[in-house]
Design a protein around this ligand. Sequence first.
Ligand code: FES
Length: 426
Amino acid sequence: MPVCDLDKRAPRGMKALGLDVVVWWDKNENEWKVFDDRCPHRLAPLSEGRIDQWGRLQCVYHGWCFGGSGDCKLIPQAPRDGPPVHSFRKACVGVYPSTVQNGILWFWPNTDPQYKDIINKKKPPYIPELDDPSFLVQWFTRDLPYGYEVLVENLLDPSHVDREGGTPIDISIQKMGKDGFIATEHSYRTWTFVSPCLVQASPIIKESPNNTQGKLAQNPPRKQLVIFFCTPVKLGVSRLIIANSRNFSLWIDPFVPRWMHHIWQNLIIDSDLYLLRVQEEKLMAAGLSNWNKVCFVPTKADTIVALYRTWLKKYAGGQFDWGTKFNGSLPPIPPREQLMDRYWTHVVNCNTCAGAYKGLNALHVFLQVLSISLVAIVAATKQGVISVAARTTLAMAAILCIIGSKWLSWFIYKKFHFHDYNHAFK
Ligand code: FES
């Protein structure tokens, strides 16, 4: 999760790799913590709890409190003069090793104490530009109703972006190994996959000779990166984190709020969402290991997708290993409105969109109240008390408020809940 979308005041429940975790800010150690979202007492989710005044994570079911190391600090029901049951190992919560790198909170998916210091040895993939102050980074997160494999494959597919005026794409593979692969497209864009979660498309925006006439080219050169972090959440569900990063035209940013970027980003995701979910179902029915047999990929444009499937088969058994967590069958496809929902998959997890949603809803209510008040004033005012022109103006203002509130209601639903993307009418 990007740290900018976490709230230090409250624990947050999340799912990743089939694990239920709770993320919370430990003000005593000044760090984010990732715990097993399960109270050792009677298994209530700690994410439903709170941070108490001493900065401890408190389970709200019976009030047990936990410190940043998972140690139980307080069992309110234990007598003070009785045995120190809170210090027993069974009273502790599982702690996942975690770190913040590149503005993202990462965790190692095992609470066994032997992995306590694993983060020092196995670092998440590092992108220097995301920490470079000369770069602007825009974060976006959304949970998607298709699996990690389909998500990564989709992101590594350059030809689906330009499907209308598509042309042959020349792709060459630079290298492949256990840790991922690199391929180049027409030698102007590099596609990188870093195992197990990172996809990077890095076009270099070259300074045109015209640009440099009369003024100096930007130094260092203009650069734009689109970095995708892909997390398996559970079978048939994945989480996408996008970091859009550039070192030019930074002046635009204050004029375009983050939530407006997210409307555009959600639209792009929605454009493929339904078809990817159906594609996944067909692939599961055919058997993931039969990808080569059921898909026909005769052009070079599919090179990176085929390379990813080869990598997946060679190094990861063809798919993410869920162990015994799931029985292998996807849940049925829900109605489109539910499948393409933006509110629960994005808005509630994004500080900026949640704020914009609240603000626009408040404006919607304000316009409704104002329109009713204006109508009431016009109706209650006898002719002669105010001029005809004033009455007409008030009536017009009431009509405008009604139109504005109707439009706002449509806008909020379409941009923050559900946009039924139809390719036939685009
Ligand atoms: S279940 Fe958490 S305190 Fe009882």
